[in-house]
Design a binder for this molecule. Structure first.
Ligand SMILES: Cc1cc2nc3c(=O)[nH]c(=O)nc-3n(C[C@H](O)[C@H](O)[C@H](O)COP(=O)(O)OP(=O)(O)OC[C@H]3O[C@@H](n4cnc5c(N)ncnc54)[C@H](O)[C@@H]3O)c2cc1C
Length: 432
């Protein structure tokens, strides 16, 4: 009798511990599944940079990777296995791989079945084209700290080589994200004749982060500044810090000067920008991997509320948003923003119909239009953007719509075509 009572008590205690645990696990799985489906619909499930590959056979579903990831909802446990839920939010911290107790995670650039198109680089980040270097995310390594370290060390190496004479630059750095800024600072510190060219504003991909995004990084040495003692900060504070660095060091950045072409002429490169040509002995490409979006060229496009990619649809709630474009990215963004039903979403496309959509996107768009969840304006052209509204030309005349955010998906170029044109060789990282 006594042992029966002991067993019953043990059973009650175990049930009291296990049932809430199972309930929590089931709740988390349900949430992960919902996020996974939403991310797929919004086109935000695939990763764009370094991200984890999970070997499902080895994964034991312990959730250590999910807990270790500092970004929100990148990973989840579905059917007892870790899954990349919201790949576009992954920035390649790699903490998930460190936390996995069975080594089931490796960090990769490519999505399964795709090629990562990584440029061939030697140990000094030099490409097969002599004196032409690639640093930062373009070379296959994500994260701010890595970009800064590579930008700094590549120019230290260049400074140890024979330099230029006459009107030729020692080094032209292309791109003013963390890698390019560090390369520029390193060139200034080494007293090289340098030029830093940026197609937009200085700051790189950080400028595109969602508002108040928490940035996780590690302390890193910045030439002419010293140690950047950051571990956790916000997008806004980091950009403010960059501004202080630029002011204190007087680093020259030619902003709004896009590089269009690089060719070899004798011992030097000729770098052609939208404005002019420069001769340089060395070139450092710090272009990132996110490409150059095509702009509309309308007044107000420079406002902070205008972006060319949607990273996190869920951060936009109860907003008036305009999505511009007629391709899959535009439709996925519009659907993603309309998904939770609190935003007022308008999709503006200059043509009379959507002709090149994936079936799934065409079906989603039809369904969201039927529910009046997306207001579609065909044959329309954006004419101007202000802090409060957008002006759109339609067949009925110019319409002014209240607006908080504009997302433009008018195409653009990826950096790889540019590199291939320059003669840079690639190694394909294909993941089965
Ligand atoms: C949403 C998000 C959150 C992130 N969070 C973190 C984080 O918390 N911690 C972390 O360490 N990392 C984070 N990252 C990753 C980090 O931002 C990148 O790894 C880093 O910015 C890469 O630096 P980069 O200098 O190589 O390239 P980028 O920062 O991409 O800079 C490239 C620059 O080159 C310019 N450029 C491109 N083509 C040309 C051209 N033809 N002519 C002139 N200029 C050109 C671009 O305009 C851009 O300014 C995050 C990334 C994203 C998208």
């Amino acid at each position: 009798m006594e042992s029966l009572i002991t067993m019953l008590i043990a059973l009650v205690l175990i049930t009291a511990a296990v049932v809430p645990y199972l309930r929590r696990v089931r709740g988390e799985e349900k949430r992960a599944r919902k996020h996974f489906e939403d991310a797929k619909i919004a086109g935000l499930q695939p990763a764009v940079s370094m991200h984890p590959h999970i070997n499902a056979t080895e994964c034991i579903g312990c959730g250590g990777c999910v807990d270790a990831c500092p970004e929100e909802d990148v990973l989840g446990i579905i059917d007892g296995k870790a899954v990349l839920v919201h790949g576009s939010r992954c920035v390649g911290h790699g903490l998930c791989a460190d936390a996995c107790p069975v080594g089931a995670i490796v960090m990769m650039m490519a999505a399964p079945g795709r090629s990562a198109e990584l440029p061939l680089l030697n140990e000094h980040f030099e490409t097969n084209v002599r004196n032409l270097f690639i640093v930062g995310e373009l070379g296959g390594m994500g994260l701010i700290k890595n970009a800064i370290t590579q930008g700094r060390t590549v120019v230290e190496y260049i400074a140890s080589r024979p330099l230029s004479s006459g009107g030729v630059y020692d080094v032209v750095v292309v791109g003013a994200g963390p890698a390019g800024l560090a390369a520029g600072l390193s060139a200034k510190a080494s007293k090289l004749k340098y030029l830093l060219l940026e197609q937009g504003d200085a700051g790189g991909t950080i400028l595109q982060y969602p508002r108040r995004k928490i940035v996780m990084t590690s302390p890193v040495e910045l030439p002419l500044w010293g140690k950047l003692k950051l571990t956790e900060t916000s997008k806004e504070s980091l950009l403010e810090l960059w501004q202080q660095v630029l002011t204190k060091t007087q680093l020259r950045v030619n902003t709004n000067e896009k590089v269009m072409d690089i060719r070899v002429e004798g011992d030097n490169f000729v770098v052609t920008t939208l404005l002019r040509e420069y001769a340089s002995r060395h070139v450092v490409l710090a272009l990132g991997r996110r490409g150059t979006p095509r702009k509309l060229g309308v007044p107000g496009e420079e406002l902070g509320k205008v972006t060319y990619r949607l990273i996190d649809a869920e951060t936009y709630r109860d907003c008036d948003v305009l999505v511009v474009g007629g391709g899959d990215s535009a439709v996925e963004a519009a659907v993603g923003l309309a998904l939770h039903g609190t935003n007022r979403v308008t999709l503006s496309y200059r043509k009379s119909e959507f002709t090149r959509l994936k079936d799934r996107n065409a079906r989603n768009l039809q369904e969201f239009r039927r529910r009046n969840a997306i207001n579609v304006l065909l044959n329309s052209n954006v004419k101007g953007i202000t802090e409060r509204d957008v002006r759109i030309e339609t067949a009925e005349g110019i319409r002014a719509l209240p607006n908080d955010y504009v997302f433009i998906f008018a195409g653009g170029e990826m950096p790889f075509e540019f590199l291939k044109k320059t003669g840079i060789k690639f190694q394909d990282q294909v993941v089965a």
